[in-house]
Structures are given as structure tokens and as C-alpha cells.
Ligand binder design. Sequence first.
Ligand SMILES: *Cc1c(COP(=O)(O)O)cnc(C)c1O
Length: 360
Amino acid sequence: MSRVFNFSAGPAALPTEVLERAGEELLDWNGSGTSVMEMSHRGKDFMSIAAKAEADLRELMAIPDNYKVLFLQGGASSQFAMVPINLLGDKKTADYLLTGQWSKKAIAEAKRYCEVNIVADTSDSKFTTVPAEASLKFNPDAAYVHYTPNETIVGVEFPYIPDTGDVPLVADMSSTILSRPIDVSKFGIIYAGAQKNIGPAGLTIVIIRQDLIGKAKHNTPAMFDYKTHADTDSMYNTPPTYGWYLAGLVFEWLKQKGGLQGMAEINQKKAEKLYAAIEASDFYSSPVDKSCRSWMNVPFVLADSELDAKFLQEAAKQNLVTLKGHRSVGGMRASIYNAMPAEGIDALVDFMAAFEKSYA
Ligand SMILES: *Cc1c(COP(=O)(O)O)cnc(C)c1O
């Protein structure tokens, strides 16, 4: 069996150790004689899996007790709607930072429910920058402030957490959650689709401060009300059980790797090595401003875009796959989430140098 180095932005690579363990447990979980996929979500076996996963996530992220952790479906894209539906209350406006394609989608969805106040807009730079911290002027009457700490498509990551005072800060952390320690208490809501840095697609994690639950209007569908899920420990209906289990295996793996501090050190080294290789040559370049380059998604372009197809073809021969940039940006993008080992970066950097030698 041979596994490639998979640089997909999402669904992304999972740690091989996690997949091996899932394989070992596939037909018979812990002597139960069944697969986790075949278990009742209300039975004691699955309840123990669910509780362990939540406890491990709480430990990894040091989630304070006044926050609920919800294991939902619908992807981060459902949160684009659930956030305004649940947080507006009697307010009519919300603040949004427009810094890339994902925040743009979140804004489009919020506009169905409220007046959206765009606090910052980096579209002039083609989303290759983030707003200066001092330039952000928030509306004190906003129901919440929403931003995207890591814009997956352009590879832009905020080097700071915006200070919104008493207004709850909502973050779409789909592509940066678990990549380093963060202070959860600075946020009202953190949400993430699982398929980048948590587990398989189909699971969405929402970390929400308890006082923000229970403000949805009475005609809100039960499935779109955080209170429904908070009151039932995410078991109002059938949760994405297998995704929840696999996420739990990833959390155990992260704990073995030294938790988020350990991951942060590895991730920083990986990213620095790749950016250094891009910087060192005139053949490759990064479109993103140095102050806000993502640790997780590293876009780069070749000086001669005619060589793009050749690059991808030759890379695939070296087992380096899914490096094609997003269709809206072009070039290449290496997504290097937690599951990408340092050897994958070494192999990519070596390949880039060899390709340059042959084709520059
Ligand atoms: C991938 C991604 C999304 C979309 O997630 P879905 O789970 O497919 O809805 C939203 N925001 C960010 C930052 C992403 O990276």
C-alpha cells in the first residue's frame, strides 16, 4: 500500500495513524461486534465515544465551562445562516469583515436576515491582505461581528484576533481550527466544517458561549436553533455518528502529538519551510502579503503559467497530489493542515527545486 502526499484544501488528508485505527475498529468496535456506523446514537457505546471526543476537544482547546460544544451537520455554510438566525435577537445589524471568498458567502447569507455593515473590505488587494487592526471601527449596536480568521482559497490568515469589546465575535475557523492554541474566551461563536482539520466531511463543530443560546425567533426551524442542539447534547436527531467518532480519533492523535502547542510548532516550521522555498526563487512567488500568510493554505504561482499543467503532472508522478490552485485564483495551492507530515513539505520543496532546474 502506498499513500500519496495529499495537499487537498478539503476534504483534506487525515492522519494515517487515525485511518489505520479506524480500519482496525471498522467491523468490531471495542468488542461490541458492530461498526460505529451501525450503532444507535443513544446506546452506551456511542454515548461513550461522543463524550470522550467532546472531552478531548475541550481539553485540547481549553474550552471554558460556559461554552457548549455542538456536533452538527450542514457544513460551515449552514452556519452562515444559523449565526444571524440565532444571534440577531431584537437587533437589526451585524458587522462583517470581507476578506475573501468565504466571508463573502457568509455576508451574502446574512443579508437575508439583517443589514450587514462591512467593517473592512480587502477586495481591492484581491484579498491578499488583512485589514490593519487599528483601522477596524465596530458598531457598538451590532448584534455580533463575523470574520474568517483563515481564508482558505487565497491563503490569508489574520495575525491578530479583532477586539470587539462587548459585541460577540463570531469566527469561521473551518481551515485553521486546531492548528495552534487560541483563547476561546475571546469568541462568542467558533464554527468549523470538519473536513479540513478535524475529520471527514459531514460533521460541523460549533463552540458557543452559553448566553448566546436561546435568542432565535419562535418560528425558527428546530434544526436551525442552537438551543435545540445545546439542550440535547447534539442528539436531537441522529448526529453524524461516524464523523464524530473519527473526529474523536483525530483529537486523541493530537493529544499524542503534544496538543495544540505541539501542533503549532510543527505547523509553523512546515509553513516557514515552504514559504522560504517560494521566496528563495524567482521561478515561484506568493501572491499573499507577508504579514498575513496562512500556515494552512499556501498558494503560489509559477513565473510562467504555461508550465502549470506540467508542474501538476510531474508532481503527481512524485506522489504529490491536489496542488492545483482554486479556479478563482489559479496557480498552485498546497494545503498543509495538521495531517500533512513534515516529510510531505520536504518532498514538495525538493520537487519544486528539481522542477525549477529542469524548466526554468
Ligand atoms: C471549506 C470552507 C467553508 C465551507 O464549508 P462547508 O462545510 O463545505 O460548508 C466555509 N468557510 C471556510 C473558511 C472554509 O474553508
